[in-house]
Every structure is written in C-alpha cells, then in structure tokens.
Design a protein around this ligand. Sequence first.
Ligand SMILES: [Zn+2]
Length: 234
Amino acid sequence: MRVLAVGAHPDDLEILCGGTLARFAAEGHEVVMCHATKGDRGSFEYTSEEISRIRHAEAARAAEIAGAEHVSLGLSDGEVNAADPAQRLLAVDLVRETRPDVILTHSAGDYMADHNEISKLVFDASFLSSLPLLETSKPNHPVVAPLFFMETIGGLGFEPTEFVDVTEMIETKALMLEAHESQLRWLKDHDGVDIVEQMRTATAHRGSQCGVRYAEGFAACTTWLRATTKRLLP
Ligand SMILES: [Zn+2]
C-alpha cells in the first residue's frame, strides 16, 4: 500500500501516529509524511526563515528514522484554511502526487485551528483529487482513499475506534520525536511540556485501553466512499 499521513506542523505525526507509520514502513508499505506548515512561528531563538529551515531538516530526519518519505505543503503556521482555493489545490496535488491507498490526518476537534483545518482540507482533497475535470498539473487519483483520523493532542475529546499496537516501535517513535530538537525546547519554554514524556504517557494510556503496552488510537472516517470492510491499519 501507499500510505499518506498529513499533519499540520512538523512533529504532529511523530506525536500522534509515529509508531503506526514506522510499522507500516517496516511491513513493506510506502509511507509519505507531510507537514502542511513550515513550523515558522514557534521560536524564541530564531527568525521565521531560520526556524523553518531547522524544522524542515528535523522533519526529514524523523521521516528517515521511520523509513518514510518527507514532504511539506510550505504553508505558514496559523494560516491553514480549508476554504482557501489555493490550499485546496495544494492538498489535491499532494494526494495526486502520492496516490495513497490510505490516508491518516488530524481529527477535527483538536486544540488549535491548523489541526482542525487540516482535517477538513485533507478530507475534502481525498474526494476532490479523484475528479478528472478538476484540472491541476497532475492526473486525477482514481481512488477515494479510506481515511483515518489521529487522536487529538492529549487525547481530549477523542474516542478511538481502532488501535495499533506500537509496543515494538515505541523507541523508534521516541527517536522520531527527539529529532525535533528545536521543538522540544520550544514546547518546554512556551508550554512547559516535555513532549517526549507526554507522548510516552499518551501512548501507554492507549495501550492500556486495548491490552498492550503501547498503542495509538484512530477513528475511521465512515462517510460514503471511505468506509471499508478491510483492516488497513497495521
Ligand atoms: Zn501541531
């Protein structure tokens, strides 16, 4: 399978589905990790241009650890807007370029607008990308790929319907997240959070809900054309 995972910012996928992506890759699937924004507005230390460059390199390193490809939509933090026609076409072209059999993205009830807008943007693009007369530089993707929503940061307001056992991948997941060195400092300084510790706690909590040491939770999008009888997650 080809797996497309879309997070709002560099590091969101690592926190919310890094173990699942590492499992997909280890089991022979092709994985593309996309962060929509450049992560260009979260730093006390650097300019926007500097932190963008740093975070792009960190995300590339994290994807390499997972055995995934890495791409970015190049948007600015805080400006993700699912109603923006240009952003919709960017997302359509991302789907057309990566031609996924399954898509993972944010759920719509998360703590900040970029996450919620990406959820809608990717949901829309998963259908719009199939339309042959919606012309972009790339041919239409004939499949409306099944879509899974990742949990929210901190797990609040999110009810998983499927779990993935990531016990064997927890250290890989931690290494992926630790590749985001600049963000670990930023989250400590700005939010008072050790994000690696929080990730381990959240992943252990989902594990305790399904009888394994560490797990990640997802909710299947069950709208028409996305619902499936197959188990697609690892
Ligand atoms: Zn984020």
